[in-house]
Ligand binder design. Structure first.
Ligand SMILES: *Cc1c(COP(=O)(O)O)cnc(C)c1O
Length: 390
């Protein structure tokens, strides 16, 4: 049987850490109760697990436990922040600001608000994928009610200057949301210090289970109230009805604890692997362009464009590696990545791009094997290609 491909697509999802699975098991068995059942010990035990997880997640991210709203993931957290944040402010203003390289789970809720009559400014980025605080300041209008800027980009790894952007928004009384899904567990985050009002994250990007995430709300006076996306039992302070995913929440907290415990060492290890991978490829191939910011970036993410290569053919040839081209979330549509377009890459070059996102189990040997495979395939495709002259 063929060996399974080397997994380098950790920005799409991560395997659940066995220690996380272990921590979740009691919540499927002995403590199966509904955390909202107040009349018996089954409910109390489940509620206790949830509250312990809530406290741990809050402590890990510099938030208050009351400000942790559990959701089904970051897509829901982003929708709750953006639509749930903007709707109640409609009387005050109808303008929102976001950035061209945001995840679709931010851009599409903004688009929905635009259909409802809000006006949306989508800020461009520079060639490294950065937006500046000055751009945001200039975009703010008296009727602006919400700004949404991600912390780390899922495709190219570029970090945004979110703390400075948040400071400007606070001074102007504008609500600020941050999709931190790719940053949580990879870079240290302190919600209070970062200063955003709302922060989205998801367990399955940090070796936790799929289908659970959170929207963190920074404590302030008066307390922020969001319009719920759906109506029901009034769980999570009325902002997110639905029986809590107790095993998922327990797993989320455990995954975050593990990621934060060796964040510094693991980041250094991943950055070294990432640089080794890039160097091993660029030393042997001309016409390779790196996408993203040279320093303000995630340690695990490497995005390369290969001149003179057909992107689809490249991925077909790279069967021994699990990576993504463009964005995994939109690759079903085979449309060139909106992120690579935003940093000015022409369509053909964007199509010939590969995102390598490294993770906890990747080794030096794997990096070397992947580099060899990439060099082999690119050379093969270039030889005899009318797109490539050298
Ligand atoms: C994965 C991801 C999402 C979506 O998260 P889900 O929990 O899968 O809904 C949102 N934003 C970013 C930046 C992501 O990487």
């Amino acid at each position: 049987m063929a060996r399974p491909p080397i997994y380098m697509d950790h920005n799409a999802t991560t395997p659940v850490d066995p220690r996380v699975v272990e921590a979740m098991l009691p919540a499927f068995g002995e403590h199966f109760g509904n955390a909202a059942s107040k009349t018996h010990p089954y409910g109390w035990a489940a509620a206790k697990l949830v509250e312990r997880a809530r406290e741990s997640i809050a402590a890990g991210l510099g938030a208050h436990p009351e400000g942790v709203i559990f959701t089904s993931g970051a897509t829901e957290a982003n929708n709750l922040a953006i639509k749930g944040g903007a709707w109640p402010l409609r009387a005050r203003g109808d303008h929102i600001v976001t950035v061209a390289t945001e995840h679709k789970a931010v851009l599409d809720p903004c688009e929905r608000l635009a259909q409802e009559g809000f006006s949306v400014t989508v800020l461009p980025v520079d060639r490294q994928g950065r937006v500046t605080p000055e751009q945001v300041a200039l975009a703010l209008e008296p009727r602006t009610v919400l700004v949404s800027v991600m912390l780390a980009n899922n495709e190219i790894g570029t970090l945004q200057p979110v703390d400075e952007i948040a400071r400007i928004c606070r001074q102007r009384g504008v609500l600020v949301h941050c999709d931190a899904t790719q940053a949580v567990g990879k870079v240290p985050i302190d919600l209070d210090a970062l200063g955003v009002d709302l922060l989205s994250c998801s367990a399955h990007k940090l070796y936790g289970p799929k289908g659970v995430g959170a929207l963190l709300i920074r404590q302030r006076m008066p307390r922020l109230r969001l319009a719920p996306l759906f109506d029901g039992g009034g769980h999570e302070q009325g902002m997110r009805s639905g029986t809590l995913n107790v095993p998922g929440i327990v797993g989320f907290a455990k995954a975050l604890e593990l990621a934060l415990a060796d964040l510094t060492e693991e980041s250094a290890r991943l950055a070294a692997l990432r640089d080794r991978l890039r160097d091993a490829i660029t030393a042997r191939l001309p016409g390779v362009i790196e996408n993203g910011h040279p320093t303000e970036r995630l340690a695990n993410t490497l995005n390369l464009s290969f001149e003179g290569v057909d992107g689809a053919a490249l991925l077909v040839g790279l069967r021994e590696v699990a990576v993504s081209s463009g964005s995994a979330c939109t690759s079903a549509e085979a449309k060139p990545s909106h992120v690579l377009a935003a940093i000015g890459r022409p369509k053909a070059l964007a199509a010939a791009s590969v995102r390598f996102s490294l993770g906890r189990r990747n080794t030096v040997e794997e990096v070397d094997a992947v580099a060899d495979a990439v060099v082999r395939e690119v050379k093969r495709l270039r030889s005899g290609s009318p797109l490539w002259k050298s």
